[in-house]
Design a protein around this ligand. Structure first.
Ligand code: GLY
Ligand code: MN
Ligand code: MN
Length: 446
């Protein structure tokens, strides 16, 4: 699968060009400990190689078009950090036409760049490598009289690669579906288990247990916000006690074999929405469903967002949270007090995936193979000037939607979101739990 992606990337490169694509480095957490390693998505997309300190050089017209620079085998280091593919493995297992130790990269850089008109390289992510490449180009310029010629153009690799990544292949869709399935299962489990008296982190732990037991990891820091914490968009402390009557907003997604899902559900921990909660929830839900229904090829992302703005503003007026003429309120962006983010984003290897949102100044139209999130929300902060009964309520509902030739397919439909559906789901879970408790009580009368 990676080989197909590499071949297509090469096909799209300009004549007389070379691409340098760097893997991620390990990131220090503190002292000599690191965060769990996560490969750079562009690099992984092309190579499938999952070790730090690696660089791919792609030169379609060369005798050996695909070279990997990797950490060499090192028995001492491998004792501590685990096995490395090494130079041999890069060729045998990862299909490189040539491979060298990463330490040789600088030495070979002139040879890599020599005589190429275009260098594909994404400046701005690895500053150390940026510096090396810029310095090498400057050095080569000074050697012009000897026939040394550096590339005259540096093009962002993303111009090709991100357009490729934006349109998902069948096998990529299958992985996103799997990530979505795992995520949906975790959200259902959380909806069953969460209740007053627990801490948000207990629910977070349950969600992430459900990811890990399926071989996935969180695709981003999980948000588990109860009560007014749900009104904080990037809440991640997840350390409050959940109270009777709270809504619980969970925004969490699994990453499975490099592909992410991204689901948000908001539900009452006591099992029933109270009236103000339900009123806000239904405004968000109707907007979300209406926007999902619009998803099909040819519709622009701005059209979807604008529709969500119309519906949410209408709802805010209806609830008495905004007063005035609908068009004027939209014009003045009055809704931004309660709806301050966009409707959604591309989803893929990165949760906020790559791809241009505007092309020639116009909002991009959806195409089959794109995956987007649809995630309207309303947030009435506790200290917001607003009707008292709505203060401290935050609701977001988020699904992942694949654009198909015929329209769309919701990949995350497996988690309840209708009001009655949620209430019945929680009620059923409570009944099942209490009958389970009774039967274990009978079995163990002590
Ligand atoms: N969880 C990140 C987002 O919903 O965009
Ligand atoms: Mn999202
Ligand atoms: Mn999300």
């Amino acid at each position: 699968m990676k080989r197909e992606q590499l071949t297509e990337f090469m096909r799209r490169m300009e004549p007389r060009s070379v691409a340098i694509v760097a893997g991620a480095r390990e990131v220090t957490r503190s002292n000599d400990t690191h965060y769990r390693f996560r490969q750079d998505s562009d690099f992984y997309y092309l190579t499938g190689f999952d070790e730090p300190e690696a660089i791919a050089v792609i030169s379609p017209e060369a005798e050996k078009p695909y070279t990997l620079f990797v950490r060499p085998r090192d028995p001492e280091k491998e004792t501590w950090d685990g096995p490395r593919a090494g130079v041999e493995g890069a060729i045998e297992r990862y299909g490189a036409d040539a491979a060298f130790p990463i330490g040789d990269f600088c030495m070979k850089l002139q040879e890599i760049l020599q005589g190429k008109r275009t260098l594909y390289y994404r400046l701005g992510t690895d500053h150390e490598l940026d510096q090396k490449i810029i310095e090498e180009i400057a050095r080569m310029r000074a050697l012009g009289r000897r026939g040394v010629i550096p590339p005259h153009t540096i093009t962002d690799t993303g111009v090709i690669l991100h357009e490729m990544r934006l349109i998902k292949s069948e096998s990529e869709i299958a992985l996103i579906e799997r990530a979505a399935e795992i995520t949906a299962e975790a959200h259902r489990e959380a909806m069953r288990a969460a209740r007053p008296g627990m801490h948000e982190y207990e629910v977070e732990a349950l969600i992430e247990y459900m990811f890990r037991r399926r071989g996935a990891t969180p695709a981003y820091t999980s948000i588990v916000g109860s009560g007014e914490n749900a009104t904080v968009l990037h809440y991640s402390a997840n350390n409050a006690a959940i109270r009777e009557g709270d809504l619980l907003l969970i925004d969490a997604g699994a990453e499975f074999q490099g592909y992410a899902a991204d689901i948000t559900r908001t539900f009452p921990v006591s099992g029933r929405f109270n009236r103000p909660q339900r009123e806000i929830y239904e405004v968000v839900l109707e907007a979300q469903k209406a926007c999902i229904a619009m998803v099909r090829p040819g519709v622009s992302i701005d059209e979807l967002h604008n529709r969500s703005v119309e519906l949410l503003t209408e709802g805010l007026v209806h609830l008495g949270l905004l007063q005035g003429d609908l068009n004027e309120l939209i014009e003045k962006e009055a809704y931004k007090k309660f709806y301050m983010h966009r409707l959604g984003h591309y989803l893929g290897m990165d949760v906020h995936d790559v791809g241009l949102y505007y092309v020639d100044g116009e909002s991009r139209k959806l195409e089959p193979g794109m995956v987007i999130t649809v995630e309207p929300g309303l947030y009435v902060a506790r200290n917001q000037e607003a009707k008292e009964e709505y203060r401290g309520i935050g609701v977001r509902i988020e699904d992942d939607v694949l654009v198909t030739a015929e329209g769309h397919r919701v990949l995350t439909a497996g988690v309840p979101k209708e009001v009655e559906e949620i209430e019945q789901f929680i009620a059923r879970a409570r009944v099942e739990e209490s009958s389970l408790n009774r039967s274990s009580f009978n079995a163990n009368p002590s």
